[in-house]
Design a protein around this ligand. Structure first.
Ligand code: PLZ
Length: 450
């Protein structure tokens, strides 16, 4: 197989004829409930380039929603998976165990925030990890209530739908949802009441006070098993809470015997320019959920946390047929080795600097860009009506996204109001690709708003 050059190359319109034919086959056999953002069918990939069935080389600014941080088909992941799949494909760790599972748990103990003794349990998807974190928190505390935040995203299973904030498309028509899930206001600086005249410290303090009042009035501290938070919210709009807010929430949880669960499924494993986003504020969560970037593209998720909390569950209480499958674990070991040896924490910070510089230039031209935010290679711009009017602008966001797609740049949107244009490039993507992608975004703004 020939190597894939790290360059964008368009041979047909996007999607091309072969992709269109596949998409017609898809419509005939795949549920319409499974949507597709850009119907270019991908055949091969490497680094930051996706090759579709028509031979087009697309540039990847999404990493399959923050998964292929080490690049697609990353060499160490591929080698490790190949070896593992030839040696052993499956036993079920609960039946007869194997080393790779233990080795992943060792890496998680070393890399996640805090130097305390930790334990992990492995699962298949982010949602499954979140569900298990709640099960563990309830067992340890003997309490039932879980507090999640406005704009939160925690998954699509029944319990995690209850924890996810946004109705359409995630929850609409799918209820009834799990009980004992409560929602508190999020520290969303751009949209905090009166934000224009308030310092970030004031917003952090007000948002924290509002959270405390909600928990006190609507849940009761002593009923509360866990507070779950994405240190930077993902699907909800790449919302970065003001400095200090997460620390206050963490301290409050400790004071009241409530477990803090950091959902780092999207933010984890170098994405935000630290191993974990909690590290940025020196916060040590009691439990942390991980998935996505951890295994370089194979399905693997984990709950990692304080040994006393994790070990409070009765033997046999946690598990599943495939959780911590050996091939997925081998992929994770290859991905983590890549992150270490290629210093992807440092690379994410370089990507932040490169993007923020270019996005600031864009913002000076277009007042619909109300905010540039994010950390590392988890960055976004929020689009509004402009000229100080914060009315969300999902129309322009969708049009800009569609233009990027037509040019072979795979981009994603997010946000409760559908008006956030987000960037999650593979951390190994070279500068020339990132700059070319940003040129396309410039052109998209010119085309849609110029
Ligand atoms: N927690 C913070 O970001 C997954 C979802 C895409 P799963 N986010 C992408 C979609 O539309 O389904 C996510 C997340 C955070 C939990 C999850 C859930 O992870 O592996 O998709 O179950």
């Amino acid at each position: 197989m020939t190597a894939i050059s790290q360059e964008r190359k368009l041979l047909t319109a996007i999607p091309g004829p072969k992709s269109q034919a596949l998409h017609a086959r898809k419509a005939a056999v795949v549920s319409a409930g499974v949507g597709v953002g850009l119907p270019a069918y991908i055949e091969r990939a490497a680094g930051g380039i996706l090759v579709d069935v028509d031979g087009n080389q697309l540039m990847d600014f999404g990493s399959g929603i923050a998964v292929t941080s080490v690049g697609n088909a990353a060499p160490r992941v591929v080698d490790s998976v190949k070896q593992q799949v030839e040696d052993l494909t499956h036993t079920c760790f609960m039946v007869t165990p194997y080393e790779a599972y233990v080795a992943v748990a060792e890496q998680l103990a070393e890399l996640t925030p805090g130097s305390h003794e930790k334990r992990s349990a492995l699962f298949n998807s982010g949602a499954e990890a979140v569900e298990n974190a709640v099960k563990i928190a309830r067992t340890f505390t003997g309490r039932q209530a879980v507090v999640a935040f406005d704009h939160a995203y925690h998954g699509r299973t029944n319990l995690t739908m209850a924890m996810t904030a946004k109705t359409m498309p995630y929850k609409h028509g799918f209820g009834p949802f799990a009980s004992e899930v409560y929602r508190a206001p999020m520290a969303y600086p751009l949209r905090w009441p009166g934000a224009a005249d308030k310092s970030s410290e004031t917003i952090a303090a007000e948002a924290f006070e509002s959270f405390v009042n909600h928990v006190h009035a609507q849940v009761g501290e002593t009923n509360c098993a866990a507070v779950i938070v994405e240190p930077i919210q993902g699907e909800g709009g790449f919302i970065v809470p003001p400095e200090g807010w997460l620390r206050m929430v963490a301290d409050y949880c400790t004071e009241h015997g409530i477990l803090l669960i950091a959902d780092e499924i999207q933010t984890g494993f170098c994405r935000t320019g630290d191993w974990f986003a909690s590290d940025h504020e020196g916060v040590v969560p009691d439990l942390i959920t991980t998935a996505k970037g951890m295994a370089g593209g194979l399905p693997l998720a984990a709950v990692t946390g304080r040994a006393d909390v994790m070990d409070s569950v009765h033997a046999g209480g946690l598990g599943g047929t495939y959780g911590g499958n050996p091939v997925a674990c081998a992929a994770a070991l290859g991905a983590i080795e890549t992150m270490r040896s290629e210093n992807l924490v440092g690379r994410a910070r370089e990507i932040e600097a490169l993007f923020k510089h270019r996005l600031e230039q864009l913002r000076s031209k277009y007042d619909v860009i109300a905010e540039i935010r994010g950390r590392g290679a988890m960055l976004a711009i929020e689009l509004t009506a402009g000229a100080g009017d914060l009315t969300p602008n999902p129309t322009a966001t969708a049009a800009i996204n569609a233009y990027c797609h037509s040019q072979g740049l795979v981009t994603l949107t997010c946000g409760t109001f559908g008006n956030v244009f987000r960037f999650l490039p593979p951390l190994v993507a070279p500068d020339h690709l990132l700059n070319e992608g940003l040129d396309i975004i410039d052109a998209a703004f010119e085309r849609v708003l110029g």
